[in-house]
Design a protein around this ligand. Structure first.
Ligand code: NAD
Ligand code: ZN
Length: 366
């Protein structure tokens, strides 16, 4: 079968012929419906090396940590799963038995130093292939939802959902505001999760007018960049500042913007991994404003998010690419010419059993 493989540090992935895997005991073989291209993959193949990240991320493996598909085969000991049913894949894979893994938070596995990989598609073969194996525990049922359109929920949805859930106490009550910086794959879903789970006014910003326009259609108040940006955002909060800021970029200027507009006792969550340093001292942030980061989410949260999606609260903006054109999906991502998420579809003719409207976006530019 074909697979998009990351084979060496600082090297673009390449399409290769590999053997179709077989499910080990406790695993299933998934026929991949869709695998989203995440900006973190660009960091994996372009920026990281053995001196910056742990051995778990070392090549070679198949990319794709944001996947959904249909059960093709079940391994020994797997109960209650039926061939053909559609599932989302919870990517992180910890030891499975520590306190963190036991609550479904494999991202913070206490035995992570000994695990051979971080996640499906991050150290272990992922979803940019015709088939992949997945531990049965990591499957979230999609019912009759289209798994191609739903695939981005596994990361572009789960990561903002987790960040927002941890900030909910800042957004309860009347007159609260949230700010979303960066309206790409993650940011567009963040806007919708905020609208679906809080009564806060959602303010959103991006460098791309079309990304702001899309967020605006979903009820966000958009503010473009420039000198007056922080002032304009503060005005929208009645001068109090923003209760919860979510930065899906993570560069110095975006975190500085967050520091300028956050309210006293507010919260800034840096989700983007650009690594921009900022100053923090007693005087740099309003009193008791929290500044934190976040990493992916839990199995339980992915069940919650899938339920929100199936109830029609979230639309995922998908541009489809065949597996043969998977590298182009990443090229678009790097150039910023996508709106929403690029999803690689290895079996374009497979019936999706779709009941959800899939918003097809045509890749712009190139
Ligand atoms: P993306 O490329 O789809 O979207 C990024 C968006 O940010 C684009 O719309 C772009 O125009 C906008 N942007 C870039 N610079 C900006 C600036 N200075 N001001 C305003 N907007 C700006 O990327 P994505 O896949 O949505 O990922 C977003 C970030 O989140 C990446 O850094 C990615 O690595 C990271 N990420 C983190 C986690 C985590 O667990 N913490 C998980 C997944 C992705
Ligand atoms: Zn663990």
């Amino acid at each position: 079968m074909k697979a998009l493989r990351f084979t060496a540090w600082k090297t673009k992935p390449s399409l290769q012929e590999v053997e179709r895997p077989s499910p080990a005991p406790g695993e299933v073989l998934l026929k991949v419906a869709g695998a989203g291209a995440c900006h973190s993959d660009v960091a994996v193949y372009d920026q990281f090396d053995e001196s910056t990240v742990g051995p778990q991320l070392a090549p070679a493996y198949t990319l794709g940590h944001e996947t959904a598909g249909w059960i093709e085969e079940v391994g020994e000991g797997v109960l209650g799963l039926t061939k053909g049913d559609a599932y989302l894949v919870y990517g992180p894979i910890g030891c499975g038995h520590c306190a963190a893994c036991s609550r479904g938070q494999d991202t913070y596995c206490e035995n992570a130093a000994q695990t051979p990989f971080l996640a499906s598609g991050l150290g272990k073969d992922g979803g940019m292939a015709e088939y992949m194996t997945v531990p049965a525990r990591n499957l979230i049922p999609l019912g009759d939802a289209d798994p191609v359109a739903a695939a981005p929920l596994a990361d572009a949805g789960l990561t903002p959902y987790h960040a927002i859930k941890l900030a909910l106490d800042k957004l309860q009550g009347g007159g609260k505001t949230a700010l979303v910086i960066g309206l790409g794959g993650l940011g567009q879903i963040a806007v919708q999760v905020l609208k679906a789970t809080t009564a806060a006014t959602v303010i959103a910003t991006d460098m791309k007018p079309e990304a702001m326009e899309l967020a605006g259609r979903r009820g966000a108040v958009t503010v473009s960049g420039g000198d007056a940006q922080a002032e304009r955002i503060r005005e929208l909060t009645g001068g109090r500042g923003v209760d919860a800021v979510f930065d899906f970029v993570g560069l110095t200027p975006t975190i500085q913007l967050a520091q300028k507009v956050v309210a006293k006792q507010g919260r800034i969550t840096v989700v983007g991994i650009a690594g921009g340093p900022v100053q923090w001292d007693f005087y740099s942030n309003p009193y008791e404003a929290e500044l934190t980061n976040t990493y992916w989410g839990t199995i339980e949260e992915l069940h919650e998010l899938a339920a929100l999606y199936r109830d029609g609260h979230i639309e995922v903006d998908v541009t489809r690419f065949s597996l043969d054109h998977a590298l182009e999906a990443y090229e678009h991502l790097e150039k910023g010419t996508l709106l929403g998420r690029a999803v690689v579809v290895p079996h374009p003719d497979a019936p999706a059993a779709a009941t959800d409207a899939v918003r097809e976006q045509v890749a712009m530019g190139v």
